[in-house]
Structures are given as structure tokens and as C-alpha cells.
Write a protein that binds this ligand. Sequence first.
Ligand code: 26V
Length: 800
Amino acid sequence: MVLTTKEFREDFSKTFEGLYAFDLSEASPIQYYTALGNYLKVYSADNWSHTNQAYLEHQVKQVYYFSMEFLPGRMLKSNLLNLGILDTVRDGLREMGLDFEVIARAEVDPALGNGGLGRLASCFMDSIASLGIPGNGNGIRYRYGLFQQKFVDGYQVELPENWLRDGNVWEVRKENKAVMVRFGGQAILSEDPDGRLKPIYSQTQNILAVPYDTGMIGYQNEVVNNLRLWSAEIPPEEEIHYHTIADREKVNQITEVLYPDDSNYEGQILRLRQEYFFTSAGVQSIVRYYKQMVLTWQHFPDKVAIHINDTHPALCIPELMRILLDEEGLSWEQAWEITQKTMSYTNHTILQEAMEKWPVRMVQELVPRIYQIIEEINQRHIDKKLPLYTPELTYRTTIIADGNVKMAHLAIIGSHSVNGVAKLHTEILMHEVLRDFYQMYPAKFNNKTNGITQRRWLHLANEGLTKLIDNKIGTAWKTNPSELKLFKSFANNEDTLAQLAEIKLENKKQFAAYAEKEMGIELDPTALFDVQIKRLHAYKRQLLNALHILDRYLKIKDDPDLDIQPRVFIFGAKAAPSYVYAKQIIKLINTIADMVNNDPAIGNKIKVVFVENYGVSLAELIIPAAEVSEQISLAGKEASGTSNMKLMLNGALTVATLDGANVEIRDFVGEDNIFLFGLNDQEVYAFYENGTYHSRDIYDSNPRLQRVLNTFIDGTIPGIETEGRVIFDSLVQYNDEYFVLKDFESYVEVQEKVDQLYQDPMAWNQKSLLNIASSGPFSADFTIKRYAEEIWKTDSQLPA
Ligand code: 26V
């Protein structure tokens, strides 16, 4: 069925009139967008229901990806692309005198996640659907997304993100699929007539979980999977018990806001409520669905795989146990075998401060029955392992310790698979962070290096480059990304390299136009564009980048005639509102930007652009314009990184430490096509073990670095007395936790090599091309194939 522009125009006009009952020519972009979204929902409805029917009819195994966060980005374009009608619709709108780009920008970008973990979940949704794998997302429909970031006098200010203000065309509320989630009260175990122990509940608070479903449209394969986000409501029959507004608010609160912290664990009861709320609702709805199939419980793991994205949904494990034990009457042994076979878990961080643990008292009070089950899992674990391992080792692996429930331990013990997100990260898990568990369960551990969807991050974000690649190697890379390597054969083709440069320049102009319009900063599009976009965190070392900028600044101030490659330093980053140090770094970089950008002696030699409110949509603008990709975390700290992959795919050259997936980027692109610097993870660990790192010695012995650091406290950078002092002290006085000073020298050295290479455009463009052509292995399609084959055991259901 091919859609013509004429048919589109007719159907779209009808949809529009049906919605608004007025003439299409007078509408606003948001109204056009809403009408288009509604049109598409109808257009894809058959595929959605057919996919559902097919899964049920053939009783295929389905995976449920449980994630506290999803960052889908705007969906209009990607839905059009995946439905195969992007060009038709664009042309049709043009014929109607409408500007597609303006309409597309009217969509809000749902920020239902913090960063890498949430965006990964959304890349996975795209790949799961595009590979025809029966899969579902399960998460929370936050009423407010991640805060909107504004800068006021260089400081980050957080505003609420009311993403639902204009409604959400893509979601479907399914009241008929609501389930009840029970909190609090008491669960007293008593014997039922069959002699089984069952809980009798009293004084519980029952909350209604209402699902909102969004179709996850596969790439031109007629598959539409489901993303189910849960919202908390007062059950209508219990309205009568809610006497005050405050009472009602407490219920709504559960799904009101996304926690804006991705690095620091805080034991807040509301967060635990959120975690139990969406895991319980999700698991209940899976069990209800399973029961339609009339199979014995033993077959549950043959039909259902539940994936736990970080520890946040780990309560899936005791929740499934609860249902199987209390509601379905299975024995502990049967229920446990089913649960373990069903569950798998991904770890996304080795930062100790981000490891979730909940006070026992809190878990007991909030979900008493779940706590009983966790206790039993824990006791049985100890009983089983004590005869096999030393008591020390066994007790290091308990779920409950020091008055806390350790969520990672629960996730590992309750799952059949535990994976890291890059080779190095998995190695560190096995041999350092989780080595006790690796000793107990070596077969559970495996690596699944992260990936990204080339459809959003190349095809949609960079249409110029897409055209060039299509021209040279055909279009098969969109479904088989390993084909990108065919592009390598153009590495010596001057014509292709020149076109590549032209496309990059065009993308840089686009970003420059944004910087000019939104921030009033004028950029020279021929300068080198250097990009660091990721959450603001000390371990990611935006500070190292700042030190490099200041080093250049001082050099030019010393010699205003210095012949130096002009650079634009682009930052995008949000800091957790409670992370004071990270916010001080934002203030520092914004102040440096002001100082440098307005200094006539510097001119175009340095510009610093810190974009406000970085997110998926801004990433789509920045990444195609990037020439240098900053991946400069302290080795051993970044689990994987995924902006590194997106930037490489768009032809940026990577400046990197050997951390996370940078190691594999090096392996694929080759040592000659990446700029490596700094300590490796082994060297970092050696410093930790020997306690021989003394940042003050480096400060004392390196005059160049000393001069840079002194600008924080000697008034060179105006107006940062407080922040400058704190940051200076953290680096010099308090021994520089992330070895910024240690890596400074090799960092500025490698940046000089970057400048040198940039003087030879053809050599630069060649490396850029080789990066693009080597990025196929980082497609999420491959990552998902491996999850499906090795962990979930789900088949692709694509029509033959
Ligand atoms: C952690 C926490 C910790 C406690 C409470 C709140 C909260 C919320 C989110 C998170 C997630 C942090 C983990 C995370 O985002 N990790 C990132 O995952 C990416 C995808 O695997 C990976 O590329 C990044 O390297 C890793 O930092």
C-alpha cells in the first residue's frame, strides 16, 4: 500500500477538520502537529492491533523491559520514517503550503529520564520493534519530566517541565487495563484450608495504576510494539475515604515527578513507592496476560522475559514471587525457579554512591509482604551458600545487611543473567565491584555493549550525511548497519571527502544559527567544533575541558598574534539540583564563556557555548555539527557512554580516555583514528591501592597548570570567588578525586595534535569518514540481537 501525497492531503484535512472544525489555513503549528499525530495514530492502528493479535495468537515469548526512565525524543519524524511515509507527508504538507520542520518542532520532547540510561531504553525500544522482536516497555508516566534548565547569571535554575500541557497525541489511556497496587498496612501470615501460609492484609492503601500505552513503530516492517507507562490514581470506589486535598495529593504524588539525580542515591520513600508502584503494576499485568494463554505455570519463563534496567525495578523479583506464592498457590521452590528463569538484570554504574540500598524499616513499612519475601530469599541464599563458600564471602553477598536492603544483591540473586554495558565495564564488575558474586555465579555474568539507533541518530538527525552514504553504498545500512563499513572504500576518494566536509560545514552553520538566535553568540562556522554533551558529573570531568580552554586563553592573552586553530567549545549538561559541586562547575564554565566570548583579544580564536536545557532534541542539532567528541571521564568510571557512539557515527573524531565503550571504539576505528590520552583503569587502581596520588605535588611542579588553576582564585575570572575557591581546593587541597591534574598534561598534548591534524582537511576528513564507516558495530540493532538471543531467548516475528 503506497500512500500518495494526494491521499495524504485529503485524509489529513479530514482529520484536521474533525478535530478542530475550522479552516486548516488558520491553525497554529501545535494544532497541525496534533492533527498529524492523530492522523498517524489512525494510520498505524491496524499494525498495532495486528501485532498484538499475532503475539497472542501464536503465544510467542515476549520481553518486558522495565525501566524507571525512557527518553524517546520527539516522535513525529521517527514514526513517519518508520512507517515509510516521511517524504510523502513532507511533500504533501509543502503542497498545502505548510512547513514540516516548523510543525515537527511544535512537538514537546518528553524528558522522562535523566541521561544515558533512559535514552538507551528508548534506543532499545526502536531496535526491538525494528527487529520484529515481541517486546514491551514498562515504566512511569511522570506528570512532570526532568526539570527545564535555565541559566540566570550563569547559575543553573530549575523550572518544572509540564510536558503534558498540550496533551500527548501518541498515548492511549487504557482504564480497562488498570490494576491495583497495595501499600502499607499489615500482612499477617495465616494458614489457609490447604495448610498453606497466606497473608491476610489489613489497613493497606490501595492505589489504582492506570496504563497509558504508546505504539513503538518498527522500521518499515509493520510491527508496532507497546510502551506502557503507569499513572497513579485514587480508585473510584475509595474516593469516599479521601477527605482532604492533602490526602489526594499523596496519591498523585507517586507519579508526579522524575527524580533528577542519576549519580547519588538518596533513600527517599517516595522513590521506593515509585519503584514498587510500576513494578507491581507491570508484573500484575504480565501475569494477567499470561493467564489468557491457559498454560501451566512452569511454562511462564518460556513466554515471558522480564528485564530489569539497573536496580530500580528490582522489586519485580519479590513481586513475581508474591503473586506466584500468595495468589497462584505455587510452592516456594516452583515460584523461585520460575522467577529466576524469567528475570535478567543490567548494571549501569560502578559508582558506589549510586548503588541503591533501602533502610529495612522503610521497606517493611511500605511493602510489608514484599519485605517478608525478600527476607526469605535472603535466608535461603545464606543457607544454600554457607556450605559452599567461606562465611565472609557468603555474608558479603547477603541482600540484607547493616539494616539495609541492597538492591543490586537482590537483582543478581534473583536473575539468571547479569550484564555490564561495555567490555571494560563488565570486566570491572566481574573482577572488582561484583567479584564475590562472579565467584558464586560465573555463568550469570555477560557483556552487552550498548548501542544506539542509527535511524534516529544518523538518518533523521543528519539528512545530508544520510544522502551521501545512500549515494555511495546504498540504503541497506538502515536495517543492516554492518554495511556502513562499505563506506571505507571511499576513504581515498577526494570528491567524497570534499562532500563530507561540505555537509559538516552545513550542519555547523545550522548550529551557529541556533547559537546566534537563542544565545546571541556569533560563531565562525569554519572554526573547529568541539563537543562535550552529557550529564554534569565530577567523574565525567567537564573540568578538564575547562582547564584546557583556560590554558588556550592564557596563551592567546600572552601573545594576541598567536596563530592558533580557532575552536568553538560546546557544552550541554544538566546538574542534579542537589549536586552543589556540579552546579558550581556550570557557573564556572558559563563565566569562562562570558569572559572569553567578549574579549576582543580572543576574537574567534575561542568561543564557548554552553547550551541551556540540553536534551534529546538539542543532541540532534549538536551531534551532526560536531568535529571533536570529548569522552574524557576518569578511566574505570564511565560504564559505557553512548554519546561517544552517536558522535562517531556523525563523523566526529574522539578525544578519549580508555574508559567504557571508548575502548571498543578504539578497537574498531584503529589507534590512528582516535586521540587517546591519560591514565588507564589499571593505573588508576594502582594509585588507589598504593595511595600515592598527591595532586598538590603536580600543582607545585607544573607551572603551566599552576597558572591555569590560579585563575580560579586570583580574580582573572571575574565573579566566581566562591565557586573558584571551592573548585580550586577540591583539585589542589583535597587531592583531586578524579585525577584531573594528573591527566591535564597528556590532555593538552593530544589537543595540540588535534589542531595539527585539522590543518590538513583531507587527512581530517579521511579520519572522519573512517569513524563513520567503523561505527556500524555500535548499532543498538546488534546489541538487541544479542540480548534477544543470549538472555531473553525471544525470536524475531518478522513476516518471512
Ligand atoms: C541512578 C540513580 C541512582 C540512585 C537513584 C536515582 C538514580 C537514577 C538513575 C540512575 C542511573 C544512573 C546510571 C546511568 O545512567 N548510567 C549510565 O548508563 C548509560 C547506559 O548504559 C551508560 O552509557 C553510562 O556510561 C552510564 O553512566
